[in-house]
Design a protein around this ligand. Sequence first.
Ligand SMILES: Cc1cc2nc3c(=O)[nH]c(=O)nc-3n(C[C@H](O)[C@H](O)[C@H](O)COP(=O)(O)OP(=O)(O)OC[C@H]3O[C@@H](n4cnc5c(N)ncnc54)[C@H](O)[C@@H]3O)c2cc1C
Length: 302
Amino acid sequence: MTEDQKKKLTRLLEESTVQFDEPMDKHTTFRIGGNAECYVRVENVEELGALTDFCKREEIPFFFMGKGSNLLVSDNGISGVVATFGEKMCDITLHEDMIVAEAGATLSAVAGFALQKGLTGFEFAAGIPGSIGGAIRMNAGAYGGDMSQVVGWVRVLTPDGNIKTILGAHMEFGYRTSILKEIPYIVLACGIQLMPGDEKEIRLTMLELGARRREKQPLEYPSAGSTFKRPEGYFAGKLIEEAGCKGLSVGDAKVSEKHCGFVINEGEATAKDVQELIDQVRKKVYETSKVILEPEVIFVGD
Ligand SMILES: Cc1cc2nc3c(=O)[nH]c(=O)nc-3n(C[C@H](O)[C@H](O)[C@H](O)COP(=O)(O)OP(=O)(O)OC[C@H]3O[C@@H](n4cnc5c(N)ncnc54)[C@H](O)[C@@H]3O)c2cc1C
């Protein structure tokens, strides 16, 4: 970006905050990533529209992220603008029997809200550390539930600057994917359809699933969750263990000994370390089981 573009962009946004050369390791759960040339916390839809329009006109690369819990950001950083929602885009409200959540809200906050209202069906998401927007893009899921089962509608900003509502049934949800993989809509909000339930049971289920996560997953280390998608008919972690990759490391990036499906950052891992480790694991798994592992983690940056 030129100095002139930086000035114009700053002037364009009143409520949202703009930071230049912002280290992305502060904004990813992997604690990895070089600087974003420009990092914007967007606080309202009008400014998001103005920002995307500006980037399009000025031919500045634009990337929208959530909580950075499924991203591996390059050590060289990200050119152009990286935007995410700020604290004013996290509202959660109840409209009759539907929860309406703005895209910046975390899944745990929505799960807490559902619990408070005695609504069941969102317990699966309580421990997934992402935002509503990221969860819809990824069709995030766990323990038999996923977003496709509960999302009634999604409000998006289209690439040409319009706002439209898409029914859940038209979101092309699949395993860790949605229509957003093909079309760069930005999720603004969604309606989540749950069922009346027993508050005690909902709480118990959330606590049980949380305990299962803590027991099975290396939550004490930075990571981006499961590094690979589950190959049909297999478990990625089991294939990785069978390929002898348990504890395999490159620099500070390591295949977790607690759960082989997770690559963890033991301290100073770089994106290059993680990428190299992923390549090694994929090669070894293919050699032993002839299964091609596909990364679930999204690679971003230069
Ligand atoms: C410890 C740990 C455990 C995890 N467990 C699970 C699990 O059980 N199940 C599971 O599915 N995932 C899991 N994850 C992965 C991750 O939390 C999910 O994929 C989550 O949905 C990502 O949300 P996010 O807001 O962090 O998105 P990000 O990682 O920031 O972005 C992910 C993708 O979503 C897009 N995106 C983000 N916000 C928007 C928006 N508003 N509009 C359009 N696109 C958007 C980004 O462009 C990017 O392509 C885990 C991660 C960690 C670190």
